[in-house]
Design a protein around this ligand. Structure first.
Ligand SMILES: Nc1ncnc2c1ncn2[C@@H]1O[C@H](COP(=O)(O)OP(=O)(O)OP(=O)(O)O)[C@@H](O)[C@H]1O
Ligand SMILES: Nc1ncnc2c1ncn2[C@@H]1O[C@H](COP(=O)(O)OP(=O)(O)OP(=O)(O)O)[C@@H](O)[C@H]1O
Ligand SMILES: [Mg+2]
Ligand SMILES: [Mg+2]
Lengths: 256, 256
């Protein structure tokens, strides 16, 4: 199986981290071996699973910049089947450090290829930009999950993202595909959400997951307890939606 | 008066653009001469005011990278007292281009110092990162407005932002100050929003604006019409909050 998936969208605050953390948790519960790799200097996915900042621990910065082997950068998350390669503040400087390195877009791919850990899914939580960190994720990934918030600005940014994916496919990673598009923070009481959903389904058809993630305050409360939604409130609408999404991801993986 | 203010927070989706656009519009209505400078490749502030993508027009990329004079990069917005220096997709590559330039963090400051346009407020909408574009804004600005969404992840990122501001003050821009912190997207029906507000006011005291921007769907609808909230729905709660914020900004400016 061993699928590497980047959760990517340069628009900020669209639910990348929330999707990465909660999808990882539900896939692990379904018996899939999951590694969650946090490639954002904010390290939200890391703290969202309850990891305190600990700069003495190796993580995605050391993997990418210091070439520390993958098995030394991946840590137990305290949950069965789920491991984490934590993010850190050091990633804030990584973009500039990478800019002058040889094969600067391929460093993550090379690090993952050299690693000898086995997994079913390796999910990469990306920062809100199309800089060298995200380019590394697009080059390393087999496929992409693109969260799109049901808002106007989020819709606008999709063209820029698709153009970038195309150019990565041509030059760095020809096998790269969009695994799926997930609509997030949808408040169906508003006309805007319904309009954006209609436009996205019209433009991307089957690639859009049937599961739509509703706006649900429990999802934004869970990280302050260092818990995935399944641990914080498994009966919430947010939990049910991510459980549903995990099922859809597993079904799609089988069909590929 | 001529105050340069950067609207900054590396956390994505916290309301930077919505604050930049709507504060600019209300300051202009109050008779202040305003330039809105869009430093984000997503160019949301540009489209939020109704500007179509037009790559033949000079904007912030040309100002920063090609050293085109400020007066050739600033355009009429169709509103009295409000001009715009548009963002564009080209900014996506600017981070890497800047990485190998001389005085790479000071290029925006130098470009603004050389410009001979007069204004009362120059607002800079920053992208969701602490890369070289945002560092240019922090080096060029007199002061900062920091939108903080009343959510856990947004609160977490503040330390990283403050550390960066400190290091810019020490090495690049000693006069830089936080003009104000504005709480955004606050849904006071949730306990989380009230908790975050309490923590922010405890940590930052007077620097936090009294005005809190509520979550209000009209604010997210306005950009799809290319309008500021004052044009789209001036009686909405979102409009009233940003009008209030503009008053507070003017009052604080007088006291400085
Ligand atoms: N479905 C949802 N309902 C309610 N709140 C949500 C939902 N999804 C995410 N959130 C909250 O919205 C905010 C933005 O989500 P998140 O941080 O996951 O987005 P992101 O795309 O990872 O942001 P960034 O671009 O900064 O990395 C967070 O505070 C999160 O808790
Ligand atoms: N007070 C509010 N109420 C409701 N929606 C809002 C509010 N403020 C902003 N929004 C919406 O939330 C989304 C995020 O806001 P915005 O794009 O202004 O944030 P940003 O910090 O500029 O994002 P980025 O980090 O991508 O630049 C947008 O779709 C916007 O329309
Ligand atoms: Mg994130
Ligand atoms: Mg923005």
């Amino acid at each position: 199986m061993a699928e590497r998936m980047a959760i990517v969208n340069q628009k900020g605050g669209v639910g990348k981290t929330t999707t990465a953390v909660n999808l990882a948790a539900y896939l692990a519960i379904r018996g899939k071996r999951v590694i969650l790799l946090d490639l954002d200097a904010q390290a939200n996915a890391t703290s969202g699973l309850g990891f305190e900042r600990d700069d003495s621990r190796n993580g995605s910065y050391e993997l990418l910049i210091n070439e520390v082997p993958l098995c030394d950068c991946v840590h137990d998350s305290g949950r069965r089947n789920l491991q984490i390669c934590p993010g850190s503040i050091h990633l804030a400087g990584a973009e500039v450090e990478l800019a002058t390195m040889e094969s600067r877009e391929r460093r993550l791919r090379n690090a993952l290829d050299a690693g000898d850990l086995s997994y079913d899914y390796l999910l990469i939580d990306c920062p809100p930009s199309l800089g060298l960190l995200t380019l590394n994720a697009l080059t390393a990934a087999d496929s992409l999950i693109v969260p799109i918030q049901t808002e106007y600005y989020a819709l606008e940014g999709v063209t820029l993202l698709l153009d970038t994916i195309q150019s990565v496919k041509q030059s760095l990673n020809p096998e790269l595909q969009i695994f799926g598009i997930v609509l997030t923070m949808s408040d169906l009481r508003t006309q805007l959400a319904a309009q954006v959903e209609e436009e996205v389904r019209k433009a991307f058809g089957e690639r859009v997951f049937k599961t739509v993630i509703p706006r649900n305050v429990r999802l934004s409360e869970a990280p302050s307890h260092g818990q995935a939604i399944v641990e914080y409130d498994r009966r919430s609408r947010g939990a049910e939606a991510y459980q549903q999404l995990a099922r859809e991801v597993i079904r799609r993986s089988r069909r590929r």
